[in-house]
Write a protein that binds this ligand. Sequence first.
Ligand SMILES: Cc1ncc(COP(=O)(O)O)c(C=O)c1O
Length: 373
Amino acid sequence: MSEPTAPATGPAGLRMRPSIAAIQLYRPSRPAAAAAGRRVAALASNELPFAPAAAVRDAIAQAAAGLNRYPDPQALALRERIAAASGVGVDQVAVGAGSMILLQQAVLATTGEGDELLYAWPSFEGYPLLASLAGAQAVAVPLRDARHDLPAMADAIGERTGCILVCNPNNPTGTLLRRDELAAFLARVPRDRLVVLDEAYREFVDDPGHRDALTLLDDFPNLLVTRTFSKAHGLAGLRIGYAIAGPDVIDAIRRSHIPFNVTALAQAGAIAALDAADALQRRLAGLSAGRRRLTEHARALGYPAVDGYGNFVWLALGERAGEVGARLEAEGVIGRVLAPFGIRVSVGSADDVDHAMEALARAAAAAPAEQAG
Ligand SMILES: Cc1ncc(COP(=O)(O)O)c(C=O)c1O
């Protein structure tokens, strides 16, 4: 993952930055069973299995009538709504076309050629891409027991560290870092280095004892928290996410906004989604039940299923991830294989969960899962 030495030549002999020329195109998981005309559960992208609420669709349809105009470049109404929902000031909120773009802005603002981007691994697959886009060197600190090894990450911070990404709950393992662990880590990070806490899955955390990471902002002004409407709010296709930090960090992030960075449809839809919080709570309760059902079933079959807090289940299969993933795919269950670490299976509808449970049982019968761990 270090800066490649290959010639800076891309497709059609185009002169390119080496770190960009070396990037592999994103390959979405391919629903092979669909082609064979079989029932398929697309469980590779941690999407919500429900259509957006009617109120959200109505708000988007209404906003569509004004699409001849550019959107509000400040996204003020949305930022005010997020600020109110999060208990922070509007100058502490930035929005972007998906939280991934805000992560990219954070990385580009802090980390350039010759710098290091520090994160845990395996974690979100977008992080190595961000390192390449910045021309930075990726420093990937192995997880310990499927969790971020925060002391090892703190040890890995050096002169060249530009930015540190922490994913909580971690995608793909689902494990959760507690507020006191994060505080102890942040206390070891130099105050001039940005720490980004990627909370794409925070709404799925159903532990009543879990404390909001925003309570860390007063003590750690170098912390930026990113969140998204793509996961729990079920608006992945709308492309809208947000970041919360102290006003100075938000100012730094907003400097690299592309003008009109969030569409009018996304601004309207996200406001309506925040207004529909009650419906969200009901849906999340159903997904938590599905996650527990799938986790317990997998474990009973002998799979090394990790207790997680996202809308997905992690099977820590190691080297056998590819083989088990192929068996599941043959059964019409498309998970995300992260070789050589494991398989992540999203929690879909109750039917999808049933389908995944049947597929796991058949895969275990074909090759006893005890050997798979
Ligand atoms: C951990 C994590 N962060 C960020 C993202 C990006 O989400 P979006 O750009 O849709 O907000 C994802 C998407 O899968 C994710 O899993």
